[in-house]
Design a protein around this ligand. Structure first.
Ligand code: HEM
Length: 203
């Protein structure tokens, strides 16, 4: 068995803070959206907790986009555009078919590359595609008294709300798929073990 140290401490701390903030934001966000008596978290406490978690998520996101490209972890996010379509197809085929027939995994984790093409694309999509929309629209809500009433002839707050809701639902979808995907390593727990200890075990 080959042991590889692939998740440095700063990355694990960032990841688990990020995951905890997501859980708090989802619980308080759902409580705010469907506000009513007897909901999950009372409206009066959901507002300050959601706002504080949103500000912390902004800081944690900024930290990640500043630190990650300058760290040794950046190499795992480099897309190989020439081989990407073929790799994506092999991964998709494995998750839709091969995994149920005990076929060998089409991607081997190495010190040079720990993320397969599908992981790379989904992390790019969540971190660089959806999170900026979520964060900017969250700040739009916070700063709404200072925003113009309309933008391109449409109510600004309506645009902010649609952007915030759409990006948050898509990120909830990302988390659900992420939770399933992390169980598809060598054993259902091996990826979780790696993200907790830093060490990936290659069978
Ligand atoms: C309770 C919820 C979560 C659990 C249990 C979890 C678990 C894991 C595990 C086990 C890994 C390592 C496997 C891999 O590299 O794919 C991982 C990686 C990752 N997760 Fe999560 N995750 C959670 C929530 C989130 C959320 C909300 C995000 C938001 C963007 C996220 C983003 C990432 C990223 C970007 C990586 C790759 C980090 C890197 O190696 O550079 N995770 N997660």
């Amino acid at each position: 068995m080959n042991q590889l140290y692939l998740y440095p401490l700063w990355l694990r701390l960032w990841h688990w803070l990020n995951a905890a903030l997501f859980l708090v934001l989802i619980a308080t966000g759902v409580s705010l959206h469907y506000a009513g008596p007897g909901w999950l978290i009372p409206f009066s406490s959901a507002v300050p907790v959601h706002n504080t978690a949103g500000i912390l998520l902004t800081l944690s996101w900024l930290l990640f986009v500043i630190v990650n490209p300058r760290s040794s972890n950046a190499r795992h996010y480099r897309l190989q555009l020439r081989t990407l379509p073929g790799e994506l197809w092999r991964q998709l085929h494995y998750y839709l078919h091969g995994i149920f027939t005990d076929a060998p995994h089409p991607f081997n984790v190495s010190a040079r590359r720990k993320l397969n093409a599908l992981q790379q694309l989904s992390y790019w999509g969540a971190l660089v595609g959806l999170m900026p929309i979520l964060i900017l629209s969250g700040w739009g809500f916070l700063l709404s008294p200072w925003l113009p009433a309309t933008l391109f002839g449409v109510g600004t707050i309506w645009l902010v709300a649609i952007a915030h809701l759409a990006s948050s639902w898509l990120l909830v979808l990302f988390v659900i798929v992420h939770l399933y995907m992390i169980t598809t390593g060598a054993t259902p727990w091996s990826n979780l073990h790696a993200m907790l200890t830093g060490w990936h075990t290659e069978p």
